[in-house]
Design a protein around this ligand. Structure first.
Ligand code: AHN
Ligand code: ZN
Length: 335
C-alpha cells in the first residue's frame, strides 16, 4: 500500500514543485501496435480469390488460406464442416474455422466474424446486379483481416518477448478466433417474402451454437466483428449486445475511448437490434456482443452493404486500425 501511494503521489509532487508544470496525464497502453496495412493486405488477399460463396472453388481455396494463415501464426486450427440448406432448399457445405491460442487454457475469450460473402448484391442500386455475388471486402473480409492481424501480433509478441510475452505471462488465458461460414446467405430481396426468415442467416454460427467444435467448449464472452472496414463508419451499442452482454459492451467501448478511438465507438443510443452471429452465440449460452459498422452519414448499414461496391477500393485503414487496436487493448488489459 505504501509503495502504491508513493507511486501515485510522487509524480504529482514532482510536477507541483518542479520547474516543469506539465502533468503527464495521458494513458499509456500495455498493448502492442496493430498494423492496419497488414490487416488491409489480408482483406485484399481474401478478395483476390473472388467472392467466398459456398459451393464454389473460391470459397474452398480461401477457407484453406485462412486456416493456413492462422496456423502459420501459431494457432491450433479446428475445422467444423457441416451441411445446411439455403432459404430455397439448395444444399450447401459450410466450414467454420476456429483458430485457438492456448487451446488448453480454461479462461477463454472469442473474437469472431463471418468469412463468407453474400451470393447476391441484392441491395445494389442497379437491379441488373442483384444476382451477382459480392467481394464482401467489408462484409466478411474486414473481420477476418482484423483477426488475422491480431493473430500475427500475438505471434510477433511471443517471438520477440519470449517468457515476458503476453501469452507466456498469462498461461491460463486463451483466445479463439472464430470465422463463421454461411452468415450472409439470408433470403434475398428478390425472393418470395415467405422464405424471408431470420433463420436463413447465420447458418454457420447456428450450427456451432448447437454443436461446438470441441465437446464441452465454453468461453467467458465473445466479441463478434461485422463490417469493420469501410470509411464513414461508427459503432453503436447494438441492442441485443446490450440485452445479453452489457458488461462486455462497456468493456470494449471503454477500451476504445481510453486509447483515443472514441469517435468510432459512440455512446449515443441508436437502439437498433441486429440478427447476426452474436445472437447465435448468446443463444448457445456464451455472452457475446456485435461490433457492427453503421454509416455515419445516413445511419443504417454502410453504403456498400450488399452492393457490388463492397470491394477492396472501399476499405479504410483507419477503421481497421480503430477496431484492431481496440481488440488488442481489450486482450492486453483482460484481468
Ligand atoms: C440482417 O440483415 C438480417 N442482418 C444483418 C447481418 C449482416 C448481414 N451482417 C452483414 N451482413
Ligand atoms: Zn451482409
Amino acid at each position: 500500500m505504501k509503495s502504491l501511494l508513493y507511486g501515485m503521489l510522487l509524480p504529482l509532487l514532482m510536477a507541483s514543485c518542479g520547474g516543469n508544470r506539465q502533468v503527464e496525464t495521458s494513458y499509456v497502453s500495455p498493448a502492442p501496435v496493430f498494423d492496419a496495412d497488414s490487416a488491409y493486405l489480408f482483406v485484399a488477399e481474401q478478395c483476390a480469390f473472388g467472392p467466398r460463396v459456398m459451393n464454389t472453388a473460391a470459397h474452398d481455396v480461401c477457407g484453406d488460406y485462412i486456416a493456413r494463415k492462422f496456423e502459420g501464426y501459431g494457432a491450433v486450427v479446428y475445422n467444423q464442416w457441416a451441411d445446411s440448406k439455403l432459404y430455397d432448399g439448395t444444399p450447401v457445405r459450410m466450414r467454420n474455422i476456429v483458430a485457438a491460442f492456448h487451446p488448453e487454457a480454461p479462461a477463454r475469450i472469442i473474437i469472431s466474424g463471418h468469412w463468407d460473402s453474400r451470393p447476391w448484391a441484392d441491395h445494389d442500386r442497379d437491379e441488373a446486379n442483384h444476382h451477382t455475388p459480392i467481394d464482401g471486402a467489408n462484409d466478411g473480409g474486414s473481420s477476418v483481416g482484423v483477426m488475422l492481424e491480431l493473430a500475427r501480433v500475438l505471434q510477433k509478441d511471443a517471438m520477440e518477448k519470449g517468457d515476458s510475452s503476453f501469452l507466456a505471462q498469462h498461461p491460463a488465458f486463451g483466445i479463439d478466433f472464430i470465422c463463421w461460414d454461411a452468415e450472409d446467405c439470408g433470403t434475398p430481396s428478390f425472393a418470395d417474402d415467405e422464405g424471408r426468415h431470420e433463420s436463413t442467416w447465420c447458418l454457420g454460427s447456428q450450427y456451432w451454437a448447437g454443436k461446438r467444435h470441441l465437446e464441452g467448449y465454453t468461453a467467458r464472452y465473445g466479441i463478434n466483428l461485422d463490417m469493420v472496414g469501410n470509411g464513414n463508419t461508427v459503432f453503436y451499442r447494438e441492442g441485443l449486445s446490450m440485452a445479453y452482454a452489457p458488461s462486455v459492451v462497456d468493456k470494449v467501448w471503454a477500451a476504445a475511448h481510453r486509447i483515443g478511438y472514441g469517435k468510432f465507438f459512440s455512446y449515443e443510443d441508436e437502439g437498433g437490434q441486429m440478427i447476426d452471429d452474436h445472437l447465435q452465440v448468446n443463444r448457445g449460452g456464451i455472452p457475446c456482443i456485435d461490433v457492427i459498422g453503421t454509416d455515419t452519414r445516413g445511419g443504417g448499414f454502410p453504403a456498400t452493404w450488399h452492393t457490388i461496391d463492397d470491394n477492396i477500393e472501399n476499405i479504410n485503414k483507419e477503421t481497421l486500425k480503430a477496431v484492431g487496436q481496440t481488440m488488442l487493448e481489450v486482450i492486453w488489459t483482460e484481468p
